[in-house]
Design a protein around this ligand. Structure first.
Ligand code: NAD
Length: 312
């Protein structure tokens, strides 16, 4: 099987590429290296990955690479991922995340790919009106980031013509080794401060909940999506399925670091949702996927640095 992974230099994409190489898949990574790590790509290339440096906004380059590689499956993770940045520069988010996805879907169609797997986000739901959040929950994104991911979904679901259908994974809050602090989620930000003995900063009152899922469980959901038999395009949640309050997370991490500090509070950020956690029953039913790494275990391994995320 030949698989093209966009965003291969990124946090989730690079981890997925390692896993696919270990499964014996022919892996082609695509990334513009604007945010990802060139070192990670070098290590992946040494292990057999083919790398294509390109910007998903560059239609000519994307068409040329896909027609040359002719991948059986395209897994599209390349994106800009910061909610805050998307509020500052919404045009950029629409160009990369929405239009970039459209160009990639068209190129995959031309190249005759059989399946398209798209990394979407729980951000498409916006503020949940019903918990847990199931796939039929209304999609009312609160930020240009969430909207750009939703438009990407629509392009995939309505335009991909491959014979084995598309899979859209709505991923909740991912954590694990190799996440970049600048644009990362709360766990990486807390780690940055706690590793220096400083208290974590909580935006808002800390009662907001998130659904944290380990990157290896997320990678497994992509792997299962490669071969799952489908009779129509599907949208599937990828979360652990358990709400964790940010204050509980802070306390757990303070304990794991063995520190005696109290969290610091800052005003809530625009575009952040209040409460959120996933109904994961569809993923279990359709993909046979069940997340297996509990938060405390995943955090313990992460904090001890048992795995640097560079050669899984
Ligand atoms: P990341 O920033 O680590 O990786 C994204 C990669 O895309 C980077 O290597 C970057 O260089 C590349 N990229 C950015 N713009 C590009 C462009 N114009 N052309 C080509 N490549 C480009 O992010 P991540 O956390 O690995 O996220 C991967 C995907 O998963 C994204 O689509 C994101 O929306 C989705 N997602 C992530 C999370 C999370 O918690 N990390 C949650 C939900 C969804």
């Amino acid at each position: 099987m030949r698989v093209l992974v966009t965003g291969a230099a990124g946090f989730i994409g690079s981890r997925l590429c390692w896993r696919l190489l270990n499964l014996g898949v022919e892996v082609h990574g695509l990334d513009d290296l604007s945010r990802g790590s060139a070192e990670r790509v070098k290590a992946l290339e040494k292990s057999g990955m083919f790398f294509h440096k390109a910007d998903v906004r560059d239609k000519v380059a994307v068409y040329e690479i896909l027609s040359r590689v002719s991948p059986d499956v395209v897994i599209h993770l390349a994106a800009l991922i910061s909610v805050e940045e998307s509020i500052r520069v919404p045009e950029l988010y629409m160009e990369v995340n929405a239009e970039g996805t459209r160009k990639l879907v068209e190129a995959a169609n031309r190249a005759g790919s059989r399946r398209f797997i798209y990394a979407s986000s729980a951000a498409v739901y916006g503020n949940p009106v019903k918990l847990p959040v199931a796939e039929d929950h209304p999609a009312n994104p609160l930020s240009p980031y969430g909207l750009s991911k939703l438009i990407g979904e629509k392009y995939v679901a309505s335009s991909f013509m491959g014979r084995e259908k598309s899979v859209i994974l709505r991923i909740f809050n991912v954590y694990g080794p190799g996440q970049r602090p600048e644009y990362a989620g709360v766990i990486t930000r807390f780690m940055e401060r706690l590793s220096k003995g400083e208290p974590p900063v909580i935006f808002g009152d800390g009662n907001q909940t998130r659904d944290f899922v380990h990157v290896d469980d997320v990678v497994e959901a992509f792997v299962r999506s490669l071969g799952a038999p489908l009779d129509k395009a599907i949208v599937v949640n990828v979360g652990f399925g358990r709400p964790v309050k940010i204050i509980e997370l802070a306390q757990m991490m303070i304990r794991l670091y063995g520190l005696d500090v109290d969290p610091v509070y800052a005003p809530p950020r625009p575009g952040d949702v209040g409460e959120s956690y996933a109904d994961t029953s569809l993923a279990r039913k359709i993909l046979g996927w069940i997340p297996s790494i509990g938060l405390e275990n995943g955090l313990r391994k992460l904090i001890r640095g048992e795995d640097d995320g560079n050669n899984v």
